[in-house]
Design a protein around this ligand. Structure first.
Ligand SMILES: *[C@@H]1O[C@H](CO)[C@@H](O)[C@H](O)[C@H]1NC(C)=O
Ligand SMILES: *[C@@H]1O[C@H](CO)[C@@H](O)[C@H](O)[C@H]1NC(C)=O
Length: 307
């Protein structure tokens, strides 16, 4: 009688312990701090400068991106971000349905969806836009900013164009757009954040962006923003740093929506070697591959083999 009772209580208490352990494991797992980029320049640039562990909070305001004209920080959080590149690599891979499944779909500049849905998907939740592409949006204001459009626009550009004292030509265009389309959700990258993106380039490549005569690409700004805002990143249509030298390279237009333009690899090589005013697309891709080793970033269509 006693032994039976004893055995029973042993079983009960050990199953309690198992349940408790499981609970602790689950708790620990789900609270695992997420790697985030430091939102601002000037915060400790230690060895772990980039991948500091901060608790992951939904809708954490990001003061590196401020709304036009009210200067409110960007608040955004995405589980899975699909970043759709503008590359001709998007064509004929039929990634559209896959892209449409993710919680956030990001695009760059004025890359269209209409007529390309099968390959690039339907929705656009956010666009990262270069200051040089703003005139292209302004040409079709109803399409981009009209009623019912929920797309968030994040515009990057140098201070001279983005200054808010009336002398920033691009900022003025954006301000006008919001006056005409009050529902438009437009954010601009702060000067500090722009400097931070330059600093990241220097840290990663050893080269000073300005001295080396280059401009960062919209892809660079997009990935830096995504690492702060998305739990998981899926990049579609981006080629890796050795793609243009590989046997299997596909000759595609630089932009999927500009058939007949210079092909992607020709454009990349031209930029990479331009003494000034070029984008270092290939260098940037090598940096992205490095980031993908410590961040949940996947590159698809074409897929990157990252070890
Ligand atoms: C919103 O703008 C995007 C371009 O970013 C466009 O593709 C889409 O059709 C627009 N949506 C609506 C409802 O107007
Ligand atoms: C880069 O792309 C080429 C061509 O698709 C491929 O052969 C190579 O394995 C890729 N490298 C990596 C690291 O993914």
């Amino acid at each position: 009688m006693f032994w039976q009772h004893f055995r029973k209580s042993v079983i009960v208490s050990s199953s309690l312990i198992v349940v408790l352990c499981l609970f602790l494991v689950v708790m620990n797992y789900s609270e695992k701090p997420y790697f985030l980029l430091q939102p601002m320049l000037g915060q400790s640039f230690s060895r772990t400068w980039m991948f500091s562990r901060a608790p992951h909070k939904a809708f954490r305001p990001h003061y590196g991106y401020l709304s036009v004209p009210s200067q409110k920080p960007l608040k955004l959080h995405c589980e899975v971000c699909s970043i759709v590149s503008s590359s001709g690599q998007m064509l004929d891979r039929e990634a559209g349905p896959d892209i449409d499944q993710s919680s956030c779909i990001w695009r760059m500049n004025n890359a269209p969806t209409r007529g390309f849905e099968r390959d690039v998907g339907h929705r656009t939740d956010l666009r990262v836009v270069s200051h040089t592409s703003v005139p292209l949006l302004i040409q079709k204001p109803q399409h981009f900013f009209g009623q019912g459009n929920e797309t968030v626009y994040v515009v990057w550009g140098p201070f001279r164009n983005m200054r808010q004292d009336g002398k920033g030509i691009v900022y003025n265009m954006l301000k006008q757009a919001v006056e005409n389309y009050p529902h438009a959700r437009i954010y601009v990258t702060t000067e500090e954040r722009m400097n931070y993106c330059d600093t990241v380039f220097k840290k990663e490549t050893g080269k000073d962006r300005i001295q080396s005569g280059s401009y960062l690409s919209t892809g660079w700004f997009t990935l830096i923003l995504a690492m702060d805002m998305c739990k998981e990143i899926r990049v579609y249509g981006m080629i890796n740093d050795t793609y243009c030298k590989s046997e299997s390279f596909r000759k595609v237009p630089y932009h999927y929506y500009e058939a007949g333009s210079r092909d992607e690899c020709a454009e990349y090589l031209l930029h990479e070697s331009a003494p000034y005013g070029g984008h270092r697309f290939i260098t940037e891709k090598a940096v992205f591959a490095k980031w993908a080793k410590s961040h949940p970033i996947k590159f698809l269509s074409p897929e990157w083999q990252l070890s």
